[in-house]
Design a protein around this ligand. Structure first.
Ligand code: SF4
Length: 214
């Protein structure tokens, strides 16, 4: 029988032991918080990069602030300098408010932890736990996703076992939580990200702008 937790711990330890400057990108959704919990046990000071788009649910910001205080996190807000674009042009808005700040924010690191999971959407079905990525401007990073093959049930079981509260929006039926104007609850039977952007796209670009090299 597989031991999902031991596997995730091995992935993290292998990556950290190889050296480099680590960070975690974190939207404070359940899988990100599971990875954060595992990482902070090893590197309490690890930078936690949060994309401050200006359109988050208030519950997300409150939860972020609560965990930051409770766990003494080094949370770093990444934001566009003077954003002009809005959710009515989602590709451009996501690029300006998420992708560009992420590219700037990751420039100081070479080991990028994420909470990505294969089960989240068809666009993530082939995710590998340890990948090498290059941004269009040339920055290369090792991208590590320790819970890449965890199920949703395993994520929530891990959080419950460790007495970690979850975003209250999950209790309302949301299964993937991004900016408020672009997030809806999926219909029964749909995958977790089906409610994002009215079903018109599945990715904001954070995880598709790079070129996977290995
Ligand atoms: S998710 Fe919506 S509001 Fe947020 S950056 Fe993308 S288009 Fe803009």
């Amino acid at each position: 029988m597989r031991d999902a937790l031991a596997q995730a711990a091995r992935i993290i330890d292998t990556a950290l032991d190889a050296g480099g400057r680590p960070c975690l990108t974190c939207s404070f959704q359940a899988e990100d918080v599971a990875v954060l919990h595992l990482l902070r046990a090893r590197r309490p000071e690890i930078p936690v990069l949060f994309l401050e788009t200006g359109y988050h649910f208030p519950e997300v910001l409150e939860y972020r602030d609560h965990l930051t205080r409770q766990w003494g996190l080094h949370t770093v807000s990444l934001r566009a300098g003077a954003p002009t674009l809005h959710p009515d042009t989602p590709s451009e808005c996501c690029h300006q408010r998420k992708v560009e700040p992420l590219m700037a924010g990751l420039a100081g690191y070479d080991l990028w932890f994420t909470g990505l999971r294969r089960e989240q959407s068809p666009t993530r079905a082939n995710l590998q736990p340890d990948e090498q990525h290059r941004f269009p401007a040339g920055l290369t990073l090792r991208k590590v996703s320790p819970v890449y093959d965890w199920t949703t049930a395993e994520v929530f079981a891990y959080l419950a076992a460790n007495d970690i509260p979850v975003l209250p929006l999950y209790q309302q039926g949301y299964t993937s939580i991004g900016c408020a104007p672009c997030t809806a609850k999926p219909a029964p039977g749909e995958h977790a990200r089906a409610g994002r952007w009215g079903g018109n796209k599945l990715e904001c670009g954070l995880h598709t702008v790079t070129i996977k090299e290995a």
